[in-house]
Design a protein around this ligand. Structure first.
Ligand SMILES: [Zn+2]
Ligand SMILES: [Zn+2]
Length: 218
C-alpha cells in the first residue's frame, strides 16, 4: 500500500481548502473541491509533479465546486460526487459565483453521483463514501480506512460544525450525520476539512478530539 500525500491549496475569497491528494509511489492523484483560482491549483499540481486522474466534490457549494467544470475540461478527467441531492446547488453555480465574487464559476453535472457505501479511488488509494447531509443535503465525506484519515468538506471542523442556516441545511440532520457516520470511524482518525480559517492547512483535528471537546457534540 503506497503512502498518501495531501497538499492544501486555499482558493476563492472563502479560503476554501482545495486538496491535492496523491499516491507517493506513483504520483497519481485527485483534486478535491476545486472551487476556483484554477491557475493556482494547476501551479500546485505542476510543482508537486502529480498526474491528476479524478476530480472529487464533497458538496455543491459555490466555493467548493465552481471551478470543477473548467478544470475537468483542462485536465480531461471525470468528476465524482457529491450526492445527487446537491444537484440544485450545482445547477446555479454560475449565478452564485457572480453573487459571491468567484470569477469563472460554471454550473456542473458530475460524471458519477456518489452514495453511502460507494468506493472511490485513485491508484491504490481507496476511500469509502459516507453520505453526511445537514450542511447541504448532498454532502459526502471520504474515508481512507488503511491510513486512518478522512476528508469531510464542511460537515465537521475543529471545534465547530458546518453551517446549516443556508438553503437545504438542517442542524439536527447535520449532528446526526456526524454522530452516526463520522464518530464511528474511530478516535484515531484524523481529518481534513473545508476551510483554513476553521481548521488550518493541515489535518484539522482527530475524531477523538472532536468527540471529547467539540461543543456541538456534547
Ligand atoms: Zn459548504
Ligand atoms: Zn465551504
Amino acid at each position: 500500500m503506497s503512502q498518501a500525500r495531501a497538499l492544501i491549496i486555499p482558493v476563492t475569497p472563502f479560503q476554501q481548502n482545495c486538496t491535492l491528494l496523491w499516491s507517493e509511489a506513483s504520483k497519481r492523484g485527485a483534486i478535491i473541491d476545486p472551487g476556483g483560482d484554477l491557475a493556482k491549483i494547476e501551479r500546485a499540481i505542476d510543482e508537486a509533479g502529480v498526474t491528476v486522474e479524478k476530480i472529487w466534490l464533497t458538496h455543491g457549494h459555490v466555493d467548493h465546486a465552481s471551478g470543477a467544470a473548467e478544470l475537468k475540461e483542462r485536465l480531461r478527467v471525470p468528476i465524482e460526487g457529491p450526492h445527487r441531492a446537491d444537484l440544485f446547488l450545482l445547477e446555479r453555480l454560475a449565478d452564485s459565483g457572480r453573487a459571491f465574487g468567484i470569477a469563472g464559476a460554471r454550473n456542473v453535472v458530475p460524471d458519477r453521483w456518489l452514495d453511502e457505501g460507494d468506493q472511490i479511488g485513485v491508484d491504490d488509494l481507496a476511500f469509502d463514501v459516507l453520505h453526511c447531509p445537514g450542511h447541504s443535503p448532498g454532502s459526502v465525506a471520504f474515508f481512507n480506512a488503511p491510513q486512518r484519515f478522512a476528508i469531510v468538506g464542511d460537515v465537521l471542523f475543529r471545534g465547530s460544525v458546518g453551517r446549516s442556516d443556508i438553503p437545504g441545511g438542517n442542524h439536527q440532520v447535520l449532528i446526526g450525520s456526524i454522530k452516526e457516520k463520522l464518530l464511528p470511524l474511530g478516535d484515531d482518525v484524523s481529518f481534513l476539512c473545508g476551510h483554513s480559517f476553521l481548521c488550518g492547512h493541515g489535518p484539522a483535528s482527530t475524531i477523538g478530539t472532536e468527540r471529547a471537546t467539540n461543543p456541538f457534540l456534547q
